[in-house]
Write a protein that binds this ligand. Sequence first.
Ligand SMILES: [Zn+2]
Length: 90
Amino acid sequence: MSKLIIKHSHNTYDCEDCGLSFSDGAVVTLDGETIIDAPACAHCFGNTNIDYVHILVALCKKLDIEIVESGKDIDIAYYGQELETFNKLT
Ligand SMILES: [Zn+2]
């Protein structure tokens, strides 16, 4: 059986100009191989925010599974692009 390990992290940053910002990150490994390397990193712009959708996208990409969906305004490709900006691997 394969093993998916998800290590969540949370981080806040308080800027005098922008105020308080929050970040939820994760480092995810599948059978010992890191598929998401995006620990929490809060700052003024572009905070890392990893959700389970990002993990689904990374998992399907790793396993070469194509995702075809319909009926939502924000489709999974959006989360794929977002993941690329968060992920240190890509
Ligand atoms: Zn700021």
